[in-house]
Ligand binder design. Structure first.
Ligand code: MN
Length: 365
């Protein structure tokens, strides 16, 4: 049995009341983890407006569901026990358990599930609760912040390991594979399947997943590592140099470092996420590299690597205390290479706290 994060459920119930929802139903792993407190396969989680949480599972997951979650009760579809719902599918079982206004996160439900839920005889209205869940998840409870702190620390341990492992003649894939083994030995429950190890001119690809390319002296190397311990992700990027630094890339590094620092200094509750993006972008534009900053400045971090809020030009999000966000400006120049530096930041009522301990000073191996 897992101890419930009551703050999170209370906030959800408050939002349900605001939106006049009687139930929220989720089938996907991320939102199920969020509401039930653990991951159970082939299942649905139902939260009622009075704060009671149920899981509906197949018989094979019934016993485990109680151990790995904090739900009040578990039912099974199929099987023959007092806890069985007489229904031939998960969706049919769920549709018998809810009524009134039922929130479903439309971006997290399959078309098939949606059709089956709404085409059978049912006694409820379906409402999209995507933004409600994203909004709830964007603001972390202290329980969640502690888990993210631990994952950021894990990711940094792995980055240090990788930086020590890099030498003239090893391939990007060798670095990535060694790092994945390191992470699992260090207690990771998940490692992002494609770690980014982009060296030499490949560092000009923002998502340069590790390749067969061999790292050689004179290379710039961008390592963007993502791993979790306890379900919540840490996401940290460092760019290092092997043996020597190209003069233009040294300048680029200084610009990205300033963009990162200035963007982080601009973080306060009440600031528009688009304004933090603007701060990072204007530093890079001022130095003449505007056209080489190919992505947004950052994103929320939690049960998903990329979640609300979004730190981009077009974002309508406003930063609030207890959001956890990444700040990751970068400059990418075709044929030369690139630099990205990424830190993870907790928005606090008095400003912000950088969760990283790993230095961002230019590092030559
Ligand atoms: Mn990121």
């Amino acid at each position: 049995m897992v101890v419930r994060d009551r703050d999170r459920i209370n906030r959800l119930v408050g939002l349900m009341e605001e939106h006049d929802l009687d139930y929220i139903v989720v089938f996907d792993e991320v939102n199920l983890h969020y509401i039930a407190g653990g991951i159970v396969d082939y299942s649905a989680c139902i939260l009622s407006s009075d704060g009671v949480i149920y899981l509906v599972t197949p018989p094979m997951e019934f016993e485990r569901a109680k151990l790995v979650s904090w739900v009040d009760d578990v039912y099974m579809y199929g099987g023959d026990s007092p806890k069985s719902i007489k229904a031939d599918s998960l969706v049919a079982a769920v549709s018998r358990m809810v009524e009134g206004n039922v929130g479903l996160p439309f971006n997290y439900i399959t078309h098939g599930q949606f059709n089956r839920l709404t085409s059978s005889n049912h006694n409820f209205n379906v409402v999209d609760c995507d933004s409600l869940l994203l909004r709830a998840r964007a603001i972390k409870t202290s329980y969640e912040v502690n888990l993210i702190r631990d994952s950021v620390s894990l990711v940094e341990d792995g980055l240090e390991y990788a930086i020590n492992y890099i030498s003239d003649g090893v391939s990007e894939l060798e670095v990535a594979r060694e790092s994945i083994v390191y992470y699992y030995k260090a207690g990771a429950d998940k490692v992002y399947s494609d770690l980014i190890v982009a060296s030499g001119d490949r560092a000009a690809y923002p998502h340069g997943r590790a390749s067969e390319k061999v790292i050689v002296k004179g290379d710039v190397i961008t390592l963007d590592y993502v791993a979790s311990r306890g379900g919540y992700w840490g996401d940290v990027t460092r760019t290092v140099f092997l043996n020597r630094v190209d003069e233009e890339l040294r300048r680029v590094y200084e610009v990205v470092e300033s963009a990162l620092n200035e963007a982080i200094d601009s973080i306060y509750p009440g600031v528009k996420a688009s304004d933090v993006d603007k701060v990072a972008r204007s530093v890079i534009e001022r130095e003449g590299y505007g056209e080489y900053f190919l992505h947004s400045t950052g994103h929320g971090l939690g049960l998903e690597v990329h979640e609300s809020p979004r730190l981009s030009k077009k974002s309508d999000d406003v930063l609030e205390a207890n959001m956890v966000i990444t700040v990751e400006p970068g400059i990418y120049i075709k044929g030369l290479g690139g630099v990205r530096i990424e830190n993870d930041v907790l928005v606090r009522s008095d400003g912000r706290e950088v969760l990283n301990r790993l230095s961002i000073d230019l590092l030559v191996l």
